[in-house]
Design a binder for this molecule. Structure first.
Ligand code: BGC
Length: 418
């Protein structure tokens, strides 16, 4: 039997992820504007939105408070980033995924903020000093308010502003970066903002959602081309939210519906962006079982965000995408909202077993990046979902590695042989 250590080479990237809006604090972007306007309503609607979750008894007091829905200082990662990098070190990690905040770098149209650029320059240098490979995301749901006011990614003619920002930041800090994620989960961003009206601009239009998806596909292509023009040494991808959708029985309808859902959720976008990718960034959280034309999941314990926990299904996702696109894969996000740290160790174990088994069958996986490094601000849910390897005490700012993270750190140490 091959040992785990031999499956995961010494270059394998072991890391954790964050996104600027969810951790930095002190931001002014299209989301912070929206949070101030909607915090009260979101708190008042909490019972209706999440009252049926298994976790409701535990989360209700936080979920019903307006301040839960304002990112405000978040975890103050902007100032405390070195403390957070210490956590990576404690877990023996050699990679870190983060996003740069466009609204800091270009707070008003066409005006670059030298302090913000200097900050991110120092930020990636600090990672390098610690031998941690930076994986930089350029758009992770947050946008400068001026760009959103112009119509954001609903308008194709706005893509040029994004490309200009990409060129600027890569020119400024690119020398310390190799892996670049242009766009995080284009379809999730389009779905939440343009179809489900759960995030700004809160529209409910299927044609608009698809328009945004297509403009983001185009934005990826433009950004990837601009980055590659600067240097061919950059490795570029999107981070694609990847679900595993499978028929629950052999009925024709279940098989056809699962196939169509899987195509629309994953393949449609990947088929269009993959030709402009050097690797595939895949985020995996959930799988869906289909009976007839409906989703009907198995009765398993649910995470705090009420998601079915099927970590081992990542194996099917990896195999399917590798077979089709033949690109090396980095798992750019994977994790579970689990405040009590009941499932995280099991989740990671099952995931790594599945990754290993896919790799043994030839799938070229180059890294595993856990979501998230610390607890953070979870978009329209606010602060109560706890995805962090490290717990954050929002009153004191104190970070504490959860027991599962301490275990994970020991496992990484062994696997890396460090
Ligand atoms: C997003 C993250 C988010 C995570 C958990 C992904 O869809 O990229 O920003 O926090 O899932 O919901």
């Amino acid at each position: 039997m091959t040992k785990s250590k031999e499956v995961f080479s010494k270059h394998f990237l072991w890391g954790a992820a964050t996104a600027a809006h969810q951790v930095e604090g002190g931001l002014h972007n299209q989301l912070t504007v929206w949070e101030y306007e909607h915090a009260r309503v979101l708190a008042a609607q909490a019972q209706y939105q999440v009252g049926h979750y298994d976790s409701w008894d535990r989360i209700q007091s936080a979920a019903q408070k307006p301040e839960n829905y304002v990112s405000d200082q978040a975890t103050n990662h902007y100032e405390l980033y070195k403390k957070d990098f210490d956590l990576l070190g404690k877990m023996h990690m050699n990679a870190f995924r983060f996003s740069v905040e466009w609204s800091r770098i270009e707070p008003t149209e066409g005006a670059w903020n030298p302090e913000a650029i200097a900050h991110y320059k120092e930020y990636v240098k600090e990672l390098r000093r610690r031998d941690i490979e930076p994986i930089m995301t350029l758009f992770h749901f947050s946008l400068p308010a001026w760009f959103a006011d112009k119509g954001g990614f609903e308008k194709r003619s706005n893509v040029k502003y994004f490309t200009r920002f990409v060129e600027k930041i890569v020119k400024e800090i690119g020398s310390d970066v190799k892996y670049i994620i242009t766009i995080n989960e284009p379809e999730v961003y389009a779905l939440l903002g343009y179809k489900l009206a759960m995030l700004p601009p809160m529209k409910q239009s299927i044609p608009k959602m698809w328009r945004v998806v297509h403009n983001l596909i185009y934005a990826h292509k433009k950004a990837a081309q601009a980055i590659h023009r600067m240097s061919s040494r950059y490795k570029v991808s999107i981070a694609k939210n990847s679900v595993y959708i499978y028929p629950g029985d052999d009925a024709w309808l279940s098989r056809v519906s699962a196939g169509i859902m899987q195509y629309l959720a994953d393949d449609y976008i990947l088929a269009r962006v993959a030709k402009h990718c050097d690797f595939l960034g895949l985020n995996y959280y959930q799988s869906f079982r289909v009976y007839g034309y409906r989703i009907h999941n198995p009765e398993t314990p649910l995470s705090d965000t009420d998601w079915v926990m099927a970590p081992a299904d990542i194996e099917f996702v990896l195999e399917r995408h590798y077979k089709r696109f033949k690109l090396p894969i980095i798992i750019t996000e994977n994790g579970v909202a689990d405040e009590r740290d009941e499932y995280r160790k099991w989740w990671i174990t099952e995931t790594l077993k599945a990754v290993q088994s896919a790799m043994k069958r030839g799938v070229d996986v180059r890294g595993y990046i856990h979501w998230t490094l610390t607890d953070n601000f979870e978009w329209m849910y606010g602060r109560w979902p706890r995805f962090g390897l490290a717990a954050v005490d929002y009153k004191t700012g104190k970070r504490t590695l959860r027991p599962s993270a301490q275990w994970f750190g020991r496992a990484i140490k062994k696997l890396r042989g460090v």
